[in-house]
Design a protein around this ligand. Structure first.
Ligand SMILES: *[C@@H]1O[C@H](CO)[C@@H](O)[C@H](O)[C@H]1NC(C)=O
Ligand SMILES: *[C@@H]1O[C@H](CO)[C@@H](O)[C@H](O)[C@H]1NC(C)=O
Length: 400
């Protein structure tokens, strides 16, 4: 059996209103974020990765409206926003619209909130932008981190129907002046559910073809879009949700022997103008009856997104020296944390997925700063002769 590595495009390939015409700019950001998050987490030995890129996109699109200079141009470029406030707001609004769907067999709810220091002068235009994209604004005292964590966790728990319960701890909120939250909840039945009596245990392999474990493999023969997409080097299968098939999950199985990293890199590469995007082509394929084997699975992931975001090219907003967010507040701020929790369960009947993205904003430190909070080398000098007397490396911290 060929290797199975799961790649889940959480955020729903077919969510756009005009199915078959994916929003390439937003998707380009999503694939870049997935690629970078995987690379970053793999370096810590974490292999199962799940992100909700649209939630991150939405949160940083709002911040774009309060940014300027280098910070603005990085966000504009990486998020694929039009260089025009009105057009940006319209794009943001259309994305927010996608995140509202409630039919008999599909529920999708996107909610966002801003928790802010009452003493912080927030610009009225920024509040208007927040309101425009239906972000709830709460005035809070962030110095009481116990209460703030409680408020944020309650908001997220409610917005995700209880799927994400303890997204933040009080100690994660030290020094924050503003916290932006974006929550996403998705619950849907497959258009063609699996019969649980056909689910059987099966081996699961890595890209070298070595068995690395067992899974509960679901099976059915049902009409699905299915194609070899050479451009990215994968077999792609689409399983739709609900009777109207407006949402779907795509499973991308890399060609035998091809590492998942290569597939992620292919997905993230810049689409060319001339050729239609592989997703556009794929979504217009006919459905065929396919013998489909997909494992039942559950994933719970927490990702620190600052590094992955930096790799995509959004850098200065995270830099206490260089962040330019004058349109957010009169106090200079920077984004000091961005964390996302994702819970996802795929079963015979469908999928339940929830995500919460949290971005914390702190006061910027103006002027040079030196913080020896990682491994460092030290030297002791005799200054007149410029001679080193002692030299060392401090790399094993202890509280002395
Ligand atoms: C979803 O599937 C489950 C299990 O088959 C079923 O009990 C439930 O009624 C379905 N929901 C809808 C809205 O069709
Ligand atoms: C923080 O808020 C909680 C709940 O409102 C309250 O009980 C507690 O006394 C507050 N702590 C401080 C230090 O103000």
């Amino acid at each position: 059996m060929r290797m199975w590595t799961l790649l889940i495009v959480v955020g729903l390939a077919c969510g756009a209103p005009n199915v078959g015409n994916p929003n390439n700019a937003v998707n380009h950001f999503s694939f870049g974020l997935l690629h970078n998050t995987y690379q970053f987490q793999e370096s810590f030995g974490t292999k199962n990765v799940a992100v909700a890129p649209l939630s991150v996109w939405s949160l940083f699109s709002l911040l774009t409206e309060g940014s300027s200079g280098q910070t603005f141009s990085e966000l504009l470029n990486v998020l694929g926003l039009p260089n025009d406030l009105r057009a940006t707001q319209n794009l943001h609004l259309s994305v927010k619209d996608i995140l509202k769907h409630n039919s008999r067999d599909v529920t999708l709810i996107g909610q966002s909130a801003m928790f802010s220091d009452c003493s912080l002068e927030i610009h009225p235009e920024f509040c208007r932008s927040a309101n425009l994209c239906s972000t709830d604004v709460y005035s809070v005292d962030p110095s009481n981190t116990t209460k703030l964590a409680g408020d944020i966790n309650y908001y997220i728990c409610t917005a995700t129907e209880g799927k994400i319960i303890n997204a933040v701890k009080p100690q994660n909120l030290d020094n924050l002046r503003m916290v932006l939250v974006d929550a996403l909840y998705f619950k849907a039945n497959w258009t063609h559910p699996f019969d649980p009596t056909h689910t059987k245990q099966a081996d699961f392999q890595n890209s070298q073809g070595r068995t690395i474990g067992r899974v509960n493999m679901m099976y059915h023969k049902a009409p699905h879009r299915h194609a070899d997409v050479e451009e990215i080097g994968a077999q792609v299968l689409e399983m739709t949700y609900g009777s109207d098939a407006r949402y779907s999950m795509l499973l991308l199985l890399p060609y035998e022997g091809m590492p998942i990293k290569q597939l992620l890199e292919n997905l993230a590469s810049k689409p060319t103008e001339r050729k239609p995007h592989w997703l556009t082509t794929f979504l217009s394929e006919e459905e065929h009856n396919v013998d489909t084997y997909v494992p039942r699975f559950f994933m719970s992931a927490q990702s620190d997104l600052i590094r992955p975001m930096q790799y995509t090219g959004i850098v200065s907003i995270f830099d206490p020296q260089r962040a330019e967010l004058p349109g957010v507040s009169t106090s200079p701020l920077f984004v000091s944390s961005t964390v996302q929790n994702v819970e996802l369960e795929v079963t015979e009947e469908g999928t339940v997925a929830a995500a919460a993205t949290i971005a914390g904003l702190e006061d910027r430190i103006l002027g040079p700063r030196f913080e020896a909070n990682r491994e460092f080398v030290f030297l002791i000098l005799e200054r007149s002769a410029g001679i080193v007397l002692f030299a060392g490396v401090y790399s094993e911290p202890s509280v002395v």
